[in-house]
Write a new protein. Structure first.
Length: 327
């Protein structure tokens, strides 16, 4: 199962209390204060891990609590610090403060580290408060409380190219043709229920990532269909490849609807580099093919492709690679 959002509570450890203690040694009848300091509470640390692809683990565990610091002891012994707790997150995760809705961290690189909740400081023992006028202090500090936070995690997949199109436009077939990804493919809408990422090899040491996003429908930005749930994954793509169904009656209108939904969700998405394709050329008859070849979108001729027969697929891969090099 693909999980791309989760709400969790993180609690750092409390600091240990300082000790109230006095020296009790033979031949030292009036020993002074020797209470040690408490240990620091453990931190809650988030770490980006490229080997994790979903927030699935957070479906079953919602609270993460670090260890408290150990109280101080006599003979000026400091208590042990509490152990930190480390939480591994997929690369591409945005971390929000659930109360303010502000982004507090953006994991876009492997091994990024962020301390989301800091442990409380340990309290000072009574040995720290001895003065010339107060030689036997009988008090010590309590440990400070660790930070507690409610945070929201949102995974936005990192891909160079995002495939955008209506259900059954051929996105899954295309990504299975140009990469090793094997999404579910069938001749009915909404066969893709989760985003898929494929790595496309262009040449020696040259590759890029393509994201196959579940099909949009009109109203997706307002929550209809699956589009609203997964539009966040297109948001991070460097460039967009629009796939228009070659058997649709009005491809220009299809393109306008897709643009409208992207704009409603995030106007900045229209600033991305675009590639426009008309798919399923293998299923067209001669008359349909002639009509498609007359189509112009934004005064440009779309690339006519077939992921089944392979028509112009290599040309499309070259266009994709060229578009991300321009970014």
């Amino acid at each position: 199962m693909f999980i791309d959002s989760a709400d969790i509570l993180v609690q750092a450890g409390n600091g240990g209390g300082g000790a109230i203690s006095f020296r009790r040694e033979k031949h030292v009848p009036k020993g002074g204060p020797d209470g040690g300091d408490g240990g620091r509470g453990g931190d809650v640390i988030l770490i980006a891990n490229i080997n994790i692809g979903t927030l699935m683990d957070f479906r079953y565990r919602r609270e993460y609590v670090a260890e408290n610091g150990i109280p101080g002891m006599g003979a000026r012994k400091t208590g042990r610090n509490g152990k930190d707790i480390e939480i591994q997150l997929p690369v591409g995760t945005l971390i929000y403060d659930a109360i303010t809705n502000q982004v507090i961290a953006d994991f876009d690189k492997h091994a990024q580290v962020f301390v989301v909740s800091k442990g409380g400081f340990g309290g000072r023992g009574n040995s720290n408060f001895a003065t010339s006028t107060m030689q036997t202090p009988r008090y010590a500090e309590k440990g400070k409380l660790g930070e507690s936070r409610s945070i929201r995690l949102e995974l936005k997949m990192l891909a160079d190219i995002g495939l955008v199109g209506f259900p059954n436009a051929g996105k899954s077939t295309l990504i299975s043709r140009i990469s090793a990804a094997k999404p579910k493919i069938a001749d009915y809408p909404f066969t893709t229920l989760i985003p898929n990422i494929g790595i496309v090899r262009v040449g020696e040491g040259q590759s890029f990532a393509v994201a196959d996003i579940p099909g949009l429908i009109e109203g997706a930005s307002e929550g209809k269909g699956l589009g609203h749930q997964f539009l966040r994954h297109v948001e991070r793509s460097g460039a967009l490849c629009f796939l228009l169904d070659g058997l649709s009656e009005d491809k220009n209108n299809d393109y306008k609807i897709l643009l409208k939904e992207l704009k409603k969700y995030n106007p900045d998405m229209l600033e991305k580099e675009r590639i426009i394709c008309i798919t399923k050329s293998d299923s067209m008859n001669d008359d349909q093919r002639k009509e498609v070849e007359k189509i112009r979108i934004n005064r440009k001729k779309p690339l006519i492709i077939s992921a089944v027969s392979g028509e112009n697929v290599n040309e499309l891969v070259a266009l994709m690679y060229h578009s991300i090099k321009k970014i």
